[in-house]
Design a protein around this ligand. Structure first.
Ligand SMILES: CCCCCCCCCCC/C=C/C(=O)SCCNC(=O)CCNC(=O)[C@H](O)C(C)(C)COP(=O)(O)OP(=O)(O)OC[C@H]1O[C@@H](n2cnc3c(N)ncnc32)[C@H](O)[C@@H]1OP(=O)(O)O
Length: 359
């Protein structure tokens, strides 16, 4: 059956009414099909390397080749129709466990039994860290350092611990352009890591699933790291045209030796939880089935220890390193600022956003 211009116009209007964000990949497909349906094959010059949002869009449109306007209209209508069906609200009978938790509250902070828990809560994005989340974690750590709790925990919701920096952070350009984005990124990164370096109470990572990028590098600044046996530890900086951060250029060689650290930080070797434990990055690994029960029981017992003694002991253990860690953090952040402006980095991010590469 042929798609009429009216079907197409209706589908264009329907997209604006979708209840759920269909995600970047689908939005890119819709964009490309729309352009093909309305203007025909891609007929504009390829945007420059640094203009990676428009370059990604151009790539998607250009990839449709000589597809006819009629066929593109049909594909657009079919795609919108599949989205409209899948984004209908769940019926009242849908069991709660089958529903995705809301995306609204990306960080959930709770305090109970002497433990303040900071939970990354963007499970549908594998808990990738938005710029807002870095700010919120800083605020949560500052509050936790002064609250009644004895121990502070960082963990994730859903099947991932954290997929690292949200790569769409790079697409939110302000009036100052790329340079300004890189400058503010450097300041945010430095503040975030400084806050971890200075955190005065026992800081525990409860790694409930795979961990990527900055969520791995900062583990050297935690006092204890518990991981499920499902967790993996991956720092794909070279693949992304980036460089190590979170003080890992200093803490990783110290923790695991320089050659093992290089395998992770230069070549992006992904470690299993057992390997990370053998290298000293993880304190203890638990079977996934009993992970939450065992870890929280242990933390509850530790939280009954005298809080002042814990603070003072942590201070003695970390004191010698603080100055060095702040210097390392400043240097890593400054090097990254340069990296973010490089073609290698731009290309890697554009490639992720257009879904050509997965790590
Ligand atoms: C200059 C501005 C910067 C400002 C901020 C500065 C602050 C400091 C920055 C410090 C530098 C940090 C460096 C890093 O952390 S490097 C590591 C970055 N992370 C990645 O490269 C991971 C990318 N993701 C993946 O490879 C895969 O998604 C993953 C293996 C994690 C999971 O694959 P899987 O197939 O299981 O799931 P999906 O790919 O379908 O993912 C589900 C949805 O989640 C989205 N997603 C996942 N990870 C990220 C991410 N890091 N950023 C953005 N979005 C992410 C993915 O796109 C899917 O979304 P859709 O359903 O909408 O398609």
């Amino acid at each position: 059956m042929r798609t009429s211009q009216k079907d197409f116009n209706d589908a264009v209007s329907q997209v604006k009414l979708l209840k759920e964000d269909p995600g970047n990949e689908v939005k890119l497909k819709l964009y490309a099909l729309y352009k093909q349906a309305t203007e025909g094959p891609c007929n504009v010059p390829k945007p420059g390397m640094l203009d990676f949002i428009n370059k990604t869009k151009w790539d998607a449109w250009n990839a449709l080749g000589s597809l006819s306007k009629e066929a593109a209209r049909q594909k657009y209508v079919d795609l919108v129709s599949s989205l409209s069906t899948s984004s209908k609200s769940p019926s009242p009978e849908t069991p709660a466990a089958d529903r995705k938790p809301p995306e609204g509250n990306s960080l959930v902070v709770t305090s109970e039994d002497g433990i303040t828990t900071i939970r990354l809560n963007r499970p549908t994005k594998k808990n990738a860290l938005t710029t807002q989340m870095y700010h919120d974690i800083i605020a949560a750590l500052q509050a936790a350092s002064k609250d009644e709790s004895t121990i502070t925990v960082l963990t994730g919701s859903g099947d991932y611990y954290c997929s690292g920096n949200d790569l769409t952070n790079f697409t939110h350009l302000s009036a100052g352009g790329l340079e300004e984005m890189a400058r503010s990124g450097e300041v945010l990164l430095r503040d975030f890591v400084d806050c971890l370096i200075d955190f005065p109470k026992p800081l525990v990572a409860v790694v409930n699933g795979p961990a990527v990028g900055i969520s791995v590098t900062i583990l050297g600044l935690f006092d204890v790291v518990y991981a499920t046996d499902r967790a993996t530890f991956h720092t794909p900086f070279s693949h992304l045209g980036q460089s190590p951060e979170g003080c890992s250029s200093y803490t990783f060689p110290k923790i695991m030796g320089s050659s093992k650290a290089a395998e992770m930080l230069l070549f992006g070797k992904k470690l299993t939880a057992q390997e990370a434990c053998a290298r000293g990055l993880v304190t203890e690994v638990f079977p996934d089935g009993t992970f939450q029960k065992e870890v929280w029981a242990r933390l509850k017992a530790y939280s009954k220890l005298p809080p002042n003694a814990l603070r003072i002991s942590k201070q003695i253990i970390r004191k010698q390193e603080k100055e060095k860690l702040h210097a390392v953090n400043a240097e890593e952040s400054s090097v990254l600022r340069e990296r973010w402006l490089s073609d290698e980095c731009m290309n890697a991010i554009a490639s992720f956003l257009s879904r050509k590469a997965k790590l």
